[in-house]
Design a protein around this ligand. Structure first.
Ligand SMILES: NC(=O)c1ccc[n+]([C@@H]2O[C@H](COP(=O)([O-])OP(=O)(O)OC[C@H]3O[C@@H](n4cnc5c(N)ncnc54)[C@H](OP(=O)(O)O)[C@@H]3O)[C@@H](O)[C@H]2O)c1
Length: 285
């Protein structure tokens, strides 16, 4: 297959690039915002035609959750209308689309692991723009596969793991929110799951929304403690409530995803979050 991966400078894009070395039968095209701006319909159209793209994995996104509150138009341009562009062009070229979405499409009020079919109700601009992107992708190309994921980190890019490691070295103590519950996702595990899925016999017949994160559950506080301990640091970390750390964008209080559909459909075992975190922290050290 000829596979286009957008957002190749990002966390997931980099992990897909790293793992793509194991799939030499496919031809990969890794693009960034400078050589393929997904908001530019003509560029996307031209890229597909020139390179005979059969599968597009869209990891490109506007991911600055707090900044999005003041940049609504930009967030919707990249997270919604550019996704519509990709889906339209995929449809015209009979290509498959894998698009990445987020747990932030939920409001976080349901206190049990969320199913793909649960009602969405984003509580910030980023979540609303990602939800619109999902809808537009499925509208333009009903065979699209949407993967909702959460709390993504990697040794590439900026993320919570790197921030905590830096702050543990720079600050005498940290205060971290304990009343937002979810599951971290090592971008490498998500990349591996995407390749597993794309190489599965069922892949072309499957469509719609699938949840994916690592296994297990934690708060940001638990996550921070695990990062600190795995890096053999000893900075004191204290639990605080969400209202003690106000941010421009509201976040869901509970966004644990139920991954049964992905696991059963593609016969896949997902790593536990602590084991994956250990790998990432070792790599960073
Ligand atoms: N990070 C999380 O915690 C999290 C949680 C849930 C879901 N997700 C979703 O998972 C996916 C991957 O996230 P990530 O953490 O890997 O994101 P990331 O590290 O922020 O990377 C996103 C990439 O998108 C690219 N991009 C932005 N605008 C573009 C445009 N107009 N055309 C082409 N590329 C553009 C950026 O490229 P340049 O740098 O070249 O501008 C950036 O490298 C996204 O869909 C995100 O919404 C992320």
């Amino acid at each position: 297959m000829n596979i286009l991966v957008t957002g190749a400078n990002g966390q997931l894009g980099n992990e897909l690039k790293y793992l793509s070395q194991n799939f030499s039968t496919h031809q990969f095209f890794f693009t960034t915002s400078s050589n393929l701006d997904i908001t530019n319909f003509a560029s996307v159209e031209n890229f597909f035609a020139t390179n005979n793209i059969e599968l597009c994995i869209n990891t490109a996104a506007y991911t600055a959750v707090d900044k999005a509150e003041g940049e609504k138009e930009k967030a919707f341009l990249i997270n919604s209308f550019a996704v519509e562009n990709l889906a339209k062009v995929c449809a015209a070229n009979r290509a498959k689309l894998i698009h990445i979405s987020t747990d932030f499409v939920f409001d976080g009020t349901l206190a049990r692991p969320l199913l793909e079919s649960d009602s969405t109700n984003p509580i910030n601009v980023y979540g609303a723009s990602k939800l619109e992107g999902e809808k537009l992708a499925l509208q333009q190309l009903p065979s699209s596969i949407i993967i909702r994921t959460s709390w993504v980190y990697s040794s590439f890019g900026n993320n919570f793991v790197k921030t905590i490691l830096r702050l543990c070295n720079d600050k005498p103590q940290l205060n971290i929110i304990f009343d937002q519950i979810g599951t971290p996702t090592h971008a490498r595990d998500l990349a591996a799951a995407i390749f597993h899925m794309a190489n599965n016999d069922k892949f072309l017949a499957e469509k719609g929304i699938f949840n994916f994160s690592n296994e297990g559950v934690c708060s940001w506080y638990d996550f921070a403690i695990a990062i600190r301990d795995m890096a053999n640091l000893s900075t004191p970390i204290f639990p605080i409530e969400t209202h003690q750390y106000p941010t421009p964008a509201a976040r869901p209080k509970f966004s644990v995803l139920n991954k049964s559909l992905f696991k059963q459909t593609f016969q896949y075992e997902i790593p536990y979050w602590r084991n994956s975190l250990q790998h990432c922290v070792l790599e960073l050290n």
